[in-house]
Design a protein around this ligand. Structure first.
Ligand SMILES: Nc1ncnc2c1ncn2[C@@H]1O[C@H](COP(=O)(O)OP(=O)(O)O)[C@@H](O)[C@H]1O
Ligand SMILES: [Mg+2]
Length: 408
């Protein structure tokens, strides 16, 4: 600590952060990038950015990284470390406690013992907008004066950007958890032993939200979604869906759950070649209790004039739209889409994403989409980033992008 190299790195981080703040149009992305930079520099176990909802005077965690994934939580302004920092505009440092745990921290509820913490205000010219909080240095060192100063400066830059862009949050709406995972692991047999692909996933997915699960190839996205969607069993942990425990379901329970609850869209369209577009949809509709009309589902994906075509007569994008129609015709509570545009070119991908956008808007269904493309993640209400079998971050998009705005 305190070496010339480290100081150089601190200066570089400040520049990087400035660049990130100036060049990111979406303030939340700037917040997220800044948090990642600061937590990375100081090698912290976790961190969060809290913003004040001025109407309710409560603080909402809009971005979190590392061990602690905040879900449904808010803190009263003036209370708790976050509230004190925001209300007073002063930073708070909690130094390493020898045996222990900083008492009364909301992190307790999330199973993280706070050994040390730095919390700095997001202070703009007029107001304090919230705070940036960093938890538990892995090396156990305290936060030096220089580091505290760096964080305060960084927070001031970030606050400026947030204020310029007018970033608002609302703690008022109470979200309902539809899917809840705790400590979910998944191992596959490999040679003599096993490989652990999911390493303890804690995650809540809310009713009617559009969630993107983002991560590089091989990080465990499909494995995770296959478990949530009842296509694979978890090794350890709990999975609750709509209040029901699906941690170790019977095959019969699973089959019923998949049929009545879920719609799927995969990278491959998996259409029946000898059925027309509409027949492909109708055949699925006949399996469930309360379906939409096949013709209506076809209309929703904009293929009415192609309803009588066989898959071989349709483009890749059109075939994917048929498979979306097949997913929505069941009136499912949850729609899963695993890399639905991975096989499509850019323009066709956007068309397919527009269909998803419309489904989210019109039907208010919960949509869980997997992608490795960060640009697509901009459409989501929340972005869950996986890395190497763990949730590495959760980000709320306060203003989700429209499909038509995406570029890659
Ligand atoms: N049935 C399986 N048996 C053994 N290993 C598997 C199995 N399914 C997936 N894996 C491994 O798990 C890891 C994560 O795979 P996957 O969930 O498909 O990743 P992603 O969808 O993020 O690309 C990969 O290393 C993959 O090889
Ligand atoms: Mg995959």
């Amino acid at each position: 600590m305190g070496s010339a190299n480290y100081k150089k790195r601190m200066t570089e981080v400040l520049w990087e952060l400035l660049d990130n703040v100036l060049n990111t149009e979406e303030p939340l992305n700037a917040l997220f990038g800044s948090l990642e930079l600061l937590a990375g520099l100081m090698n912290c176990e976790g961190g969060a950015v809290w913003l004040l909802d001025t109407e309710t005077q409560r603080l909402v965690p809009v971005v979190s990284i590392g061990k602690v994934q905040f879900t449904d939580i808010s803190v009263e302004n003036g209370l708790g470390v976050e509230g004190i920092v925001t209300a007073s505009g002063q930073s708070v440092v909690v130094e390493s406690t020898l045996s222990g745990n900083y008492p009364g921290s909301i992190f307790d509820e999330y199973g993280l013992k706070v050994q040390n913490m730095l919390c700095v205000p997001l202070k703009s010219l007029a107001d304090t907008l919230g705070c940036i909080q960093l938890i538990n240095r892995r090396d156990g060192a305290g936060f030096s004066d220089e580091e505290q100063m760096l964080c305060r400066q960084a927070a001031a830059l970030v606050a400026f950007a947030v204020e310029e862009q007018g970033c608002t949050v609302s703690a008022g709406e109470k979200k309902e958890v539809l899917i809840s995972l705790r400590g979910v692991t998944k191992e596959f047999p490999s040679g003599e032993g096993v490989i652990r692909v999911l390493k303890g996933i804690d995650l809540d997915i809310y009713r009617d939200e559009f969630v993107v699960i983002l991560g590089e190839s091989g990080c465990g996205k499909s494995t995770l979604v296959n478990i949530i969607a009842g296509m694979d069993h978890l090794t350890d942990g709990t999975l609750i869906i709509d209040g029901k425990d699906f941690s170790s379901p019977t095959e019969a329970e699973l089959t019923r759950f998949r049929r009545e609850y879920l719609g799927f869209v995969f990278q491959q369209y998996n259409l029946m070649p000898n059925l027309t577009a509409q027949e492909n949809v109708k055949y699925i509709a006949e399996l469930v209790k309360d379906p939409m009309r096949a013709a209506d589902a076809i209309a929703k994906v904009g293929l009415t004039d192609r309803a009588k075509n066989f898959p071989s007569m349709l483009s890749g994008g059109q075939q994917q739209r048929v498979s979306i129609a097949r997913a929505i015709v069941k009136n499912p509570k949850i729609i899963f889409a695993d890399e639905p545009t991975a096989a499509l070119d850019y323009r066709t991908s956007i068309e397919v994403l527009e269909v998803f956008e419309q489904i989210v808007r019109d039907r208010g269904s919960t949509v869980v989409m997997i992608t490795h493309n960060p640009e697509i993640a901009r459409m989501a209400n929340r972005v869950i980033k996986l890395r190497n079998g763990r949730v590495s971050s959760v980000r709320v998009n306060l203003r989700p992008a429209q499909a038509a705005e995406l570029v890659w």
